[in-house]
Design a protein around this ligand. Structure first.
Ligand code: MLT
Length: 408
């Protein structure tokens, strides 16, 4: 009989968000009158910018003509989109990133998992705890870990705790690791990194010949221009970092699907025989074999985010969600809860009241306020005792959710 990949059997019950959906479904079935407000998964709710819609409509019309029809596109993305990204997101901030160092894709979740294809199995991996669960689960699936222990932590991974005591700033490891996942603005804690903090990681990576996998999916939510949006704002980062970016959260593309990964050509890894290898070439080879690119129509939509109209609409969307975050922060603080994040990120990270755990608080808010959030323990053992609310919802729902929580 066919054998399955035994690494999948090491995974804990279910991916966090489907598990929440399962519990919410069971609750709704038993309480059909309850009107739930979902502030759990970080999925956007506001309509797509009209600049993107217009560009996509025009692209559909083009596709209906012989001269404007597009079949397979380049696996790396159309050059005009890669150029717009390089110019607006990197060169405008002083980062020397070229268009051909940008690989357009259908999502950062996919890219941050798929990147493991080109990295050796023997690498020692570090993640923060709590952390976006995809980084951990994709390493488990790839066979880079042992079994999960009692706390849910997998043998073989290095966990770097982040909590209120260390201001959600992971301590740079004293031991050697080969790959470090960093996410700023952070999912789930909403923390943000300064240039000095990122420079310390780049310094570590250079000394240890390590690779930083930098997830900047939420960079558009940074409110202070002195804070870095890209790891390439730090000297030396293009020799030790890969960056993941997305149109999902800034331009509402969670359902439309478009993202990109930056792999500088100067980035090197080592083969088993010690030979230096270009990481860019391996990723290019991987994408050319396993990926057929993002649709022409969607890439035209993504390109439109860089037009003057698109830029202004994206700015308004981000401002709208950040006002939601502020409403959540203020109301929960008034309700006597300790809140973190939500200033440069669309996530508010909440310390649950004494005597409760994360799932207990999740169940309480679900049952008594009909509000769905995300239990902090779902992001890792050190997330126990915390709870995350997302600012992605309508103003009306956010205000209603806050009234319900206040009145508990
Ligand atoms: C989350 O809620 O953490 C996000 O939905 C993550 C994601 O974008 O996959």
């Amino acid at each position: 009989m066919v054998q399955v990949n035994g690494n999948y059997l090491k995974l804990k019950a279910g991916y966090l968000f489907p598990e929440i959906a399962r519990r919410v479904k069971a609750f709704s079935a038993a309480h059909s009158q309850s009107e739930l407000i979902r502030l759990g998964i970080g999925d956007v709710t506001e309509p797509l910018p009209s600049a993107c819609r217009e560009a996509m409509k025009a692209a559909i019309d083009e596709m209906g003509t012989v001269s404007g029809f597009h079949g397979y596109g380049p696996e790396q993305g159309y050059f005009w989109l890669r150029e717009a990204i390089a110019r607006n997101d990197f060169q405008a901030r002083g980062c020397a990133i070229d268009p051909d160092e940008i690989f357009v894709s259908d999502g950062s979740k996919c890219d941050s998992s798929n990147i493991l294809d080109i990295l050796g199995l023997g690498n020692r991996i570090a993640v923060t705890d709590p952390v976006y669960p995809v980084y951990v689960d994709s390493n488990v699936m790839a066979g880079r870990t042992g079994e999960a222990g009692g706390s849910g932590r997998y043998a073989g991974l290095s966990y770097l705790p982040i909590n209120a005591e260390n201001c959600f700033e992971a301590k740079i490891p004293e031991h050697h690791v080969d790959v470090i996942y960093l996410c700023f603005p952070n999912n789930p804690t909403g923390a943000v990194a300064t240039k000095d903090q990122l420079a310390a990681w780049v310094d570590y990576a250079q000394k240890h010949e390590a690779l930083i996998l930098f997830d900047a999916a939420y960079e558009a939510f940074i409110q202070d221009d002195a804070l870095p949006h890209s790891i390439y704002e730090i000297d030396g980062a293009s020799n030790c970092a890969i960056e993941f970016r997305s149109f999902s959260k800034n331009a509402g593309f969670t359902g439309t699907r478009c993202a990109f990964t930056v792999i500088p050509k100067s980035l090197k890894g080592k083969a088993e025989n010690g030979e230096m290898i270009d990481i860019w070439s391996l990723w290019n080879r991987r994408q050319s074999t396993k990926f057929n690119g993002v649709s022409y129509i969607v890439q035209r939509g993504a390109e439109a985010t860089y037009s003057p109209k698109g830029q202004s609409e994206v700015k308004n969307l981000v401002a709208f969600y950040m006002e939601n975050a502020e409403i959540i922060r203020q109301n929960l603080a008034k309700a006597g809860l300790k809140v973190y994040g939500g200033k440069h990120a669309p996530y508010v990270w909440i310390k649950v009241p004494d005597g409760m755990d994360s799932w207990g608080f999740f169940d309480l808010l679900l049952a008594k306020a009909n509000v769905v959030g995300t239990p902090g323990s779902g992001f890792g053992a050190a997330g126990e005792g915390y709870y995350r609310l997302s600012a992605f919802n309508s103003r009306e729902n956010v205000e209603k959710a806050m009234q319900r929580i206040q009145s508990l």
